[in-house]
Design a protein around this ligand. Structure first.
Ligand code: GLU
Length: 310
């Protein structure tokens, strides 16, 4: 067991070192100004396994803005609360459009293509805002419980920055409301969405908190049932087809794992029956995915033969 851990750590270290020249290949997101202040050369990777091992290298214990990775937690909460009726309000198809596109939503009468593009995550935020008396607190409690860490917090600076630059998200939400697909008042819904995006977590916390998706809905560490096996399967299916924005097909083609990235530079990949890989490196490619993060996940998935399509 110990040798396995040392071996994995060495592999991760070698992979991280191999990325040394790639930090300049992407661009740190600055459309949310507070995200633009992060140093581009910060990077970490962590692997947590369902049998309780956690191995990380680089900045894997340093919290960063989880951004769209929060959509995974929100989706699980909404599925648990609403059951199958959720799927009448949001679909499960790849969008083939940028994550914050508005065009498709008009054509498709305010029904988002899937819950991990912004329109879909705003719809999920509506469910949470309308079904929890204090949805932001409920969200924070959920991730704190999953990560077994009460210090996880919302980065107020990122929240404020996103709130004052969130016109496109507001437009998506108002458009859906005009079609009758949103219940809550839009400012309340946006406040929830920006709060969950502004949660700061480390690679280690993210990897450990998402282990239930690699373990048929059961947190392998606490043994708590987080969602049904069917819903764990559904989330993984959506992450496989849509989690990497409009690069999801290429990621499935070359890596073969359910994954979700965020514009803060984070990337989580679920390896069913094995564990979770989480990487962080802020510079993004033109699709909004972390350049180094994708290379790291691709590298370790190949070395360990983790693709779900094998
Ligand atoms: N808060 C970000 C936004 O709404 C999330 C986007 C992302 O990480 O993909 O633009």
């Amino acid at each position: 067991m110990k040798n396995n851990i040392v071996d994995l750590q060495n592999k991760l270290q070698a992979l991280l070192l191999s990325q040394h020249d790639n930090f300049t290949q992407g661009k740190v997101a600055d459309y949310i100004p507070a995200l633009g202040n992060v140093k581009p050369e910060l990077a970490g990777i962590c692997v947590a396994t369902i049998d309780g091992k956690t191995v990380g290298v680089g900045d894997y214990q340093r919290p960063f803005s989880i951004q769209s990775i929060s959509k995974v937690f929100g989706l699980v909460m909404a599925m648990n609360r609403l059951g199958d009726s959720l799927w009448q309000r949001v679909k499960m198809e790849p969008s083939g459009q940028p994550f914050n596109s508005i065009i498709q939503l008009e054509w498709e009468k305010g029904i988002p293509r899937n819950p991990v593009i912004n329109a879909g995550a705003l719809l999920v935020s509506d469910v949470l805002t309308s079904h929890f008396s204090a949805s932001k607190l409920a969200f924070l409690s959920f991730v704190r419980k999953l990560a077994n860490n009460e210090t996880i917090h919302v980065d107020k600076q990122v929240y404020q920055s996103e709130l004052s630059h969130g016109n496109r998200n507001a437009a998506l939400a108002y458009l859906m409301k005009s079609f009758g697909n949103i219940e809550a008042e839009i400012p309340e819904l946006l406040s929830h969405y920006f709060t969950q995006c502004a949660v700061a977590m480390s690679c280690q916390q993210l990897a450990q908190s998402l282990l239930f998706l690699a373990n048929k809905g059961v947190d392998p560490l606490s043994k708590n049932i987080i969602c049904s096996p069917k819903d764990a399967h559904r989330v993984n299916a959506i992450l496989s087809t849509s989690g990497m924005y409009d690069q999801s097909g290429e990621f499935a083609f070359s890596v073969g794992l359910p994954a979700k990235s965020g514009v803060g530079g984070g990337l989580i990949a679920i390896v069913p029956n094995y564990g979770v890989i989480c990487t962080w490196s802020p510079p993004l490619n033109s699709f909004g995915n972390s350049v180094v993060g994708m290379n790291l996940v691709a590298g370790i998935a190949e070395e360990l033969g983790l693709s779900i399509y094998h």
